[in-house]
Design a protein around this ligand. Structure first.
Ligand code: SAH
Length: 337
């Protein structure tokens, strides 16, 4: 609950609404019982216990990368489903990569998260718990959030927005919108709705191909929408919010990594002043794709740079624990630690 909702609830219980702020602060610190809220009277704590439930996630499995210290968690949700969350350490701060759905229905041909389809969207409290439980369990202060785990955030729009309001609240985790990235496969019909909220987060668009033929083959979400519609939606988003979009582009050998692809990608990126983030394709056992060769990547980058496009290559983190982009997947809750 947001503090103002807590205040209303307290009022209707005959309690002082200003207590909401105290309670909300405790919640953001990740307390797991009302008894830990020591600045509340015993009688209020009892009343709260009778009226409310404190949500949390149960740790099923923790894997730590030997290569770079990246941590992957498997959490059990209250209904017995399970999701993965990744904590990455960067020089500029620790970043948590959270899942927004149990499974995914977008069907991207290179991604493990969509294998087995969608079970349900996560509640805002469950996404918040991914952040708070990761922070508490790892002992690391989280300063950045990326919605780049399992699921399509724009396919769970209302809960994602509510989560963002909760995690961004100054009396809560207080993570600034500029420290949050939301990644989408391009559900263009939601872009204007998101732009209207004018959140100052970074919108990352999983482009992965600049033409309809290649993109529709890799990403079913492109069918019935199309690259032109997507770039138009990006342009409107950029105009409305003033926030530069980032294009994610997984480099797949012989599929989307030719000079022609690079030239067309450069055109799109320039039109909307997008930053291009190249991702060397990560291995997914069930998928037949291979990463682009270093030579092809170099040539690709060269074309983008010569066209004046801002381009970076995403570091591969947590590869030895299958925590890299596209490797997170729906797992059964049987994975006990
Ligand atoms: N559904 C959202 C959020 C997922 S974010 C989206 O599509 O953007 C995860 C990112 O990793 C996406 O850009 C996704 O396309 C990319 N990805 C998926 N499989 C990958 C793989 N095997 N190698 C590299 N990146 C991959």
């Amino acid at each position: 609950m947001l503090p103002e909702e807590l205040a209303d609830a307290l009022r209707s219980m005959g309690e002082q609404p200003y207590r909401a702020k105290q309670i909300f602060r405790w919640l953001a610190r990740g307390v797991t019982s009302f008894d830990e809220m020591t600045d509340l009277s015993k009688s209020l704590r009892e009343k709260l216990r009778a009226e409310f439930e404190l949500s949390t996630l149960r740790l099923l499995r923790k894997q730590v990368s030997k290569l770079d210290g990246t941590i992957k968690y498997l959490w059990e949700l209250p209904d017995g489903n399970a999701v993965e969350t990744v904590v990455m350490r960067y020089r500029h701060g620790n970043t948590v990569c959270i899942s927004s759905q149990v499974g995914c229905r977008q069907g991207c041909a290179f991604c493990a998260s969509t294998i087995g389809g969608l079970v349900r969207g996560l509640e805002s409290s469950e996404m918040l718990d991914e952040v708070l439980c990761s922070e508490r369990e790892s002992g690391l202060k989280i300063s950045n959030i990326v919605l780049m785990g399992i699921g399509e955030p724009l396919d769970n729009f209302d809960n994602v927005i509510r989560f963002l309001r909760l995690v961004n609240h100054p009396d809560g985790a207080n993570i600034g919108m500029r420290h949050i990235s939301l990644s989408t496969c391009g559900l263009t019909e939601m872009f204007d709705k998101l732009a209207d909220l004018n959140l100052q987060l970074t919108l990352s668009v999983s482009l992965h191909a600049p033409d309809d033929e290649t993109r529709s083959r890799l990403m079913p979400a492109n069918r019935g929408r199309g690259v032109a519609q997507l770039i138009d939606a990006c342009e409107r988003y950029y105009e409305k919010t003033g926030r530069r979009i980032s294009f994610e582009y997984a480099m797949i050998d012989g599929v989307n990594d030719t000079p022609d692809h690079a030239r067309l990608l450069a055109q799109h990126a320039r039109r909307v002043s997008a930053h291009v983030n190249l991702i060397p394709l990560n291995h997914v056992e069930e998928r037949d794709f291979a990463p682009s060769t270093p030579e092809h990547m170099r040539a690709f980058i060269r074309i983008l740079e010569d066209a004046g496009v801002n381009v970076t290559v995403r570091r591969r983190l947590g590869g030895d624990v299958e925590a890299s982009c596209g490797q997170l997947r729906k797992k059964a809750a049987e994975h006990r630690i």
